[in-house]
Write a new protein. Structure first.
Length: 756
């Protein structure tokens, strides 16, 4: 491993490249031993570290302990995925501090620089105070009562705060169960509002994802200006210590601030455990000329007087053990992290209940500005009209928590989920690559995420979707996708459906060829010959259990009659609903050998996206799994016949049924179906061209097996389903029924030939 060292403002910056194994650790230790620096914080740029072993970890831990002994520590930057995984597995990711870039690490090291310790004697208590380099902070107020009764945020959004809220998964449930809370970036606790006043805590990895629904709150964001240690010969009240610290802040800063925020970690007397308190104190007289500050602070009902014109408000958490941060130190997050576990946290209490302390360490903030906390949350804009739910706000905020703004454009036409094209800007205002957001029912989204992991990420290359994360809220879940081939932030994604309706037939056929022979080829080109149960697997009753009742009500066709009158052709055909009711159950146990492959399962023209460069992308994988190899091709045939063709008169219906009779006249999968159409609808001839392509593709996928039965049963499954679609017209239902009858006739004829 190569170790390069530079000094930036006397802060060592070590750039590491290579393997941090036993050999690399020896090189690292040699450099560290030779580096004479009293800087408390050192920066390690790990961007080039490809591997971290247990010996390398030992070197990092030893150096971290040495820096902590000087009130500092290591700040790791640019961790690679493999290094981060090692830290997570060893549970050192919460102990070793890390940031994304070396420049951010250097800024953090500068901000953590400690000043000299000053001793103050106030009210008979000794206060040792130390100035800190990072002194910029902002007071934040949260008021969910002005909008939807609560504001949903993560602990990372909230920072150090106290107020009223809920941990509930559902926004609706949260409104019914608010309680007093205390929040830090490492944990949060809520005290129930009922008579039992029980406390519940959120700690660990859940803090990054589980929502906090805020009704009202006050908090502080930024860096403390002072860290102080308060001791006395007698136990003292936390509120008295706050008043003393105000005096110390005036001495250290050259003038008493009008508002302070604080986080205190204290030890209660007689081994009674510890206390963490978070609060805000203010001078009522000093706020008279500060309209915005006064509007937020002066009239709050939870304020407690600590002097003639000063008040404090806040919340606290009692601890099972004494909170002993040690010597005065700058790393507030490390101190909070040391108590952020269920074994230490005890109860959420009002800030004036646990009054007596034997000693305390206090981090003091002097906010220079005030703002609404919701201002820093992700801003969501929706272009166009859509039925938006409040739970979806929480999903979007969690999935795009690395962004400042997102603009969602509905991609209309998705059947089972809502799909949006997303243009996002990061926290610095830079536009990111476009992504797609899908929101749907939890169970369906979970299936899609599994299928994406098992069948998409492992097989589909640049035209596959990469799932960047998922989030749940209430009954809904969302997935954030990006498309590896998308050409920059101005790329335009539209459904294949729009291309089908607006482009020429040759261009449409070309897009379908791209879809099957390039994008999804890794699925279809690897068929397996195995046992299948076609009638069981392709029954439409699974999705539409009331299909027979709908057919009788909408079409007047009873499933108990074996015959279906088709005056459009002047024929009597097999009744497809009788066939479904009696023949499907009778043949459900019949198995046969046939080709299977990974299939999308619900491939349609509104699950395929096309960009401006003719790149094709497939989404919606909730039904993806191995099945009858011709399933996806057969799924599209009913769509192009029933959804897009013109059907405004009985004459057009008769022409389409004649067209259908020709399509079902072929005996082998490789046969080109004849075009028998006497009308002038160009979308019928387009449908014929696409169907010809579909059947040719099915023939190729099954290695030129000629049996039409597996294809007909797959087509029939989705032909039956048209009967139950609420948006179709009576003629479309009639067309689908005639088509189903013709397919049943073809099935009977083929099976009769096979038994001869």
């Amino acid at each position: 491993m190569d170790v390069q060292v530079v000094l930036a403002d006397h802060i060592p910056v070590l750039t590491l490249s290579g393997r941090f194994d036993a050999s690399g650790a020896a090189q690292f230790d040699d450099v560290v031993c030779a580096l004479a620096s009293d800087a408390p914080y050192w920066v390690l740029d790990c961007t080039g570290v490809a591997y971290l072993s247990s010996i390398g970890l030992r070197s990092l831990v030893a150096l971290e302990k040495a820096r902590r002994a000087r009130d500092g520590g290591l700040i790791l930057a640019g961790l690679t995925r493999s290094v981060r995984q090692v830290l997570e597995l060893t549970r050192l990711d919460g102990w070793l501090r890390s940031v994304p870039t070396a420049s951010e690490a250097l800024d953090a090291a500068r901000a953590g620089a400690l000043g000299p310790v000053a001793e103050h004697l106030v009210s008979g208590r000794t206060i040792h105070a130390r100035r800190m380099a990072g002194s910029s902070s902002t007071l934040e107020w949260w008021d969910g009562t002005r909008g939807e009764r609560s504001i949903t945020a993560t602990l990372g959004d909230v920072g150090f705060a106290f107020g009223t809220g809920s941990f509930e998964e559902s926004v609706a449930d949260a409104a019914a169960t608010p309680g007093a809370f205390v929040a830090t970036p490492m944990f949060a606790g809520i005290r129930s509002a009922d008579a039992r006043a029980l406390s519940d805590f959120m700690t660990g990895a859940a803090c990054a994802t589980l929502p906090l629904h805020i009704v009202t709150a006050l908090g502080v964001c930024g860096a403390p200006v002072l860290v102080a240690e308060v001791t006395g010969q007698e136990p003292f009240r936390l509120l008295d210590a706050v008043a003393d610290l105000w005096t110390v802040a005036g001495r250290e800063l050259g003038g008493a601030p009008r508002t302070i925020a604080f986080l205190v970690m204290g030890e209660r007397p007689e081994s009674a455990g510890g206390l963490l308190g978070i609060g805000v104190a203010f001078d009522r007289d000093a706020l008279r000329s500060a309209t915005e500050w006064a509007a937020v602070l002066r009239d709050r009902p939870d304020q407690i007087p600590i002097g003639p014109a000063r008040s404090v408000m806040g919340g606290a958490v009692t601890l099972q053990v004494a909170a002993s941060p040690g010597r005065l130190r700058a790393d507030l997050l490390d101190a909070v992290r040391s108590i952020a576990n269920p074994e230490t946290l005890s109860a959420v209490v009002p800030i004036d209940v646990a009054a007596a302390l034997a000693k305390a360490t206090v981090w003091l903030f002097v906010p220079s500005a005030i703002r609404g906390g919701a201002e820093k949350l992700l801003r969501i804009a929706i272009e166009g009209s859509t039925d938006w739910r409040q739970e979806w706000d929480a999903i979007v905020r969690r999935l795009y928590n690395d962004c400042r703004t997102v603009t969602l454009t509905p991609l209309h036409g998705g059947y089972n989920s809502k799909t949006f094209r997303v243009v996002a800007h990061d926290r610095e205002g830079r536009r990111t690559l476009p992504t797609v957001l899908k929101i749907g029912p939890i169970e369906m989204t979970a299936r899609e995420e599994r299928a994406n992991r098992e069948y998409v990420a492992r097989f589909i290359l640049n035209n596959g979707t990469t799932c960047l994360g998922g989030a749940e809220e209430g009954d809904w879940a969302g997935l954030r996708y990006n498309f590896l081939g998308v050409n920059g932030p101005d790329s335009r994604l539209v459904w294949l459906r729009e291309h089908y309706l607006q482009r020429s037939t040759s261009e449409v056929v070309s897009l379908f060829e791209t879809l099957f022979t390039r994008v999804l080829k890794p699925w279809y080109a690897q068929p397996r010959w195995e046992e299948v149960w076609l009638y069981r697997d392709h029954t439409p009753i699974r999705l539409f259990p009331n299909l027979l009742e709908v057919a009788e009500r909408q079409l007047g066709v009873s499933s108990d009659s074996p015959e279906f009158d088709c005056p459009e052709l002047g024929l009597t055909l097999p009744n497809p609903f009788h066939f479904l009711k009696y023949e499907y159950p009778r043949r459900a146990a019949q198995s046969r050998l046939w080709y299977t492959s990974i299939c999308h399962g619900d491939l349609n023209l509104q699950n395929v996206l096309v960009d401006e460069r003719e790149n094709v992308y497939v989404i919606d994988f909730s039904e993806t799994r191995p099945r009858n190899a011709v399933s996806d091709f057969a799924r599209i045939e009913p769509i192009v016949k029933f959804e897009f063709t013109r059907l405004d008169s009985d004459e057009e219906l008769a022409r389409l049924v004649e067209f259908e009779a020709a399509l079902t006249s072929v005996k082998r999968l490789g046969d080109v179906p004849p075009l028998a159409y006497r009308g002038d609808d160009p979308l019928v001839t387009r449908a014929h061209a696409v169907i010809t392509l579909l059947r040719r593709a099915a023939d190729i996928v099954t290695l030129f097996e000629e049996d039409m039965i597996p294809y007909w049963l797959a087509v029939l499954e989705w032909t039956y389903s048209v009967i139950c679609y609420v948006q179709v017209s009576p003629r479309q239902r009639r067309y689908a029924a005639c088509s189903a009858a013709l397919i049943c006739r073809a099935l009977n004829e083929l099976e009769s030939e096979n038994t001869r």
